[in-house]
Structure formats: C-alpha cells, structure tokens
Design a protein around this ligand. Structure first.
Ligand SMILES: *Cc1c(COP(=O)(O)O)cnc(C)c1O
Length: 364
C-alpha cells in the first residue's frame, strides 16, 4: 500500500528522544525552549510558543488575542473543521467566507462583505500547503483593524512573496504525525507581538503568571520534552523534505492524465502538504475505488464544507459558498510525501491514468 502520509523517523530522532527520556525531565523544559527558539528563528519571528497540538495553537492564539463571546472570526468555508471548532471553543462565532477556485484558499474579494461591527479577526488557512494571498488579506485587516490569525497547520516552510506562512499575523502550526514535520502530537503559536506571546505562554499553562496565581483562564496545553526533542531533530530537515514534495508534485503534474492538477500561484511557495487534484463530473468515487484496488491510498480532504457539517447546521452557521461546495465534490489528494520512490510515483501515475481512461474522466 502506498500511504497518503508517512512520518520519517531516523536515527537522529531516535537518539534525541532517548536522550530526552534519560534526562529525567519529561514535561515542558529546556528542550521545549530550544525548539521554540529554533522555530522562531526559522520563521523569522520574535516569539514561538510550543503547545500540545495544532488545535491548541488555534485556541490559544484566539484567546491570546482576547477573542471570545460576542466576537466574530472570519474562516474559509472549506477547511479541516478544527480551524472553526477552535473559534467555537474560544466562545466566539465563526463566520464563513467562500474560497478561490484556483488554490482553495479564502477569497480576499469576499472577506469585506462578511465583516460586521463584531468582527475581531480573520483566520486564513494555508490549505494543502499553498499560502493564502497575505498581501490582500493584510490590507483588508489593516483597513478594518482585524487581527490576522493564520492556520498554518499544513504549511510549515511555505511562503508568500518570500515571507514564511505563519509569520504575517499570529501563526498556528501543527506537528501531528501526518504534517510536513512531526512531533507525534504538537503545535506552535508564532508571533511578533510581545503581548500576544505573553498571553499565549500563560494560557498554555493554567493562566498562571506566577506559580499558583491564576491570572487568566488557561489550561494545560504544554508540549513534552520528548516531543520537543523530535521537533528539534525534524526542523533542520523540513526544507529538504518540502523540496522533495515539490519535485514529486511536479513529476505527478507532468504525468497524470484525466485530472486537474494543483496550481501554484505567482509569489507562492507551495509545500504540498497534500497534492490535490480535481476530478470533475462526479467520477471521483469511481477513481477512488480503482486507486484503492491498486493499493494506493487516495483521500478526500474534505468531503464536507463547514456549513455542511451537522454541528454548524445546528448552530445556524451557514450561507452560500458555491466554490467551496464544488471543491468538496471534486477534490482528491494523492500521495506526494518525501518517502515516495520513483517507482511509487510511476505506480501512482499508471493507476490514475488507467483509472481515468476507464471511468471516462475528462479534464474539467
Ligand atoms: C491538522 C490541522 C489542524 C489541527 O492540528 P492538530 O495538531 O491535529 O490539532 C488544524 N487545521 C488544519 C488545516 C489542519 O490540517
């Protein structure tokens, strides 16, 4: 089976985790601080605050910006549900915005129509590893005094016009096992804002400004030393892995037939967390079934938009999002991860081309 994702764990990772285990300190300590410093340097930001997951990063970032009940946050209608769930967990209301057809990210042209006096922030998602148009989003945010909180869970190492995704506003990263780099579970909040960083550090650790003095309502969202050891071993390899993903994506785009390959906009450095094609005309199910027969794990990220989720329907969070709906009907992600061999790529292309010929998929 060619898997859709595969963590790459080598001797450096094994030794680093063993050394952390033997150090006697397992919970947040010096390795977490080192990992934060290395990640901040990598992104080119002043502060990085390590947390226990990408979801925790989003929640902590929203709360660090003082977003809560009565506030609205603009979120793309097409994303992993954790993006908008974090807004709900913070007590605020996600307001959905349609996406662009070309790269599946939030459409800046539709943001302003969704702004109300209650809007506090915009939460763009660098979906599949393709950076959002942070120039346009930044201008709108400045004009309306909105915070920018980036969901960069899929975009570690991506950049927009030479600047790293997650460094424009408050960046939220995930190091879940399938992401471009991993700590098993883990996340990071990155920011240039001293006050946001200060609050994020409090929020991840029970809101205690001093030991046993509760200043704000926080929780336990700390990263372990074991996870930080993994992160320190993975981070130096991230750029080379992303280059491998890009080379795999370029090869696939050159050799696949009958599907619409992903695009990389001018100014974007796409890190292909997913290599996502469109399969038009309702033929996706048939293609998926044939790929599974050939032991190629292709996955639909994501089959439902947020407004099509039962929870969001119960909460009355909806609207009209035709571009997002069409994406949910057409997208299919194929393996692109750096552990693929040339033989794997050839198997994927052969299987896709054979299947699209058989089920009569046409380029849309
Ligand atoms: C993975 C992911 C998250 C959540 O990260 P976890 O570490 O799994 O909590 C949030 N948003 C997006 C877009 C993701 O891909």
């Amino acid at each position: 089976m060619i898997r859709i994702a595969q963590p790459i764990i080598g001797p450096e990772e094994e030794e680093a985790v063993l050394a952390a285990l033997r150090s006697g300190q397992l919970a947040q300590g010096p390795l977490v601080a080192q990992f934060e410093a290395a990640f901040a340097r990598y992104l080119g930001v002043r502060h990085a605050v390590a947390v226990s997951s990408g979801t925790a990063a989003l929640y902590v970032a929203l709360r660090a910006h003082d977003i809560g009940p009565g506030d609205e946050v603009l979120v793309p209608a097409f994303t992993f549900a954790a993006t908008a769930n974090a807004v709900l967990l913070a007590g605020a209301r996600p307001i959905l915005v349609d996406i662009k057809k070309v790269d599946f990210t939030i459409d800046p042209k539709r943001i302003e129509a969704a702004i109300t006096p209650r809007t506090k922030a915009v939460l763009p998602v660098h979906l599949y590893g393709h950076p959002c148009d942070m120039t346009a989003i930044g201008e709108i945010a400045r004009r309306h005094s909105l915070a920018v909180i980036e969901d960069a869970a899929q975009a570690a190492g991506a950049s927009w016009q030479g600047r790293k995704a997650g460094s424009f506003g408050t960046g939220c990263f995930s190091f879940y096992a399938t992401k471009n780099m991993t700590t098993g579970e883990g996340g990071m909040v990155a920011t240039d804002d001293d006050e946001v960083a200060r609050r994020a550090r409090l929020l991840r650790d029970h809101g205690e400004g001093e030991r046993y003095r509760t200043d704000l309502l926080g929780g336990n969202f700390r990263l372990t030393e074991l996870a930080a050891a993994l992160g320190l071993a993975q981070l130096p390899k991230l750029d080379a892995w992303n280059e491998r993903r890009r080379a795999n994506a370029a090869w696939l785009s050159e050799h696949l037939e009958g599907v619409e390959p992903p695009t990389e906009r001018a100014g974007a450095y796409h890190v292909y967390h997913q290599y996502t094609v469109r399969v038009p005309n309702g033929r996706r199910g048939a293609l998926l079934a044939r790929l599974r027969e050939q032991e190629i794990e292709a996955v639909v990220y994501y089959p439902r938009c947020l407004h099509q989720q039962p929870l969001y329907q119960q909460l009355g969070i909806g609207g009209s999002f035709p571009v997002a709906e069409r994406a949910a009907e057409e997208v299919l992600s194929l393996p692109v991860h750096p552990a693929l061999s040339q033989h794997d790529l050839e198997r994927i292309a052969a299987a896709v081309n054979e299947a699209t010929a058989a089920v009569g998929v046409e380029r849309g």
